[in-house]
Design a protein. Sequence first.
Length: 76
Amino acid sequence: MSATATATQTVAPISVAVREAALLTAFPEYEIRVAISKGSLPCHRLGKRFVILVDELQAWVSALPGIEQESTAPAG
């Protein structure tokens, strides 16, 4: 691969900030922060900043009541 091809590849993030977590989940930032303070959403502190692993964010959303996994099978 050339240097140009490598530079244009998209890499999915493995962690996000609170604001990014809110954007990804469509939850308000304060709900993300409440979940962190309650301990239901794991996070890691880097100085003054909280970082949430994307895998942990996905697991938290999946575990919420009323959240169902989207099916790819056609309704019938």
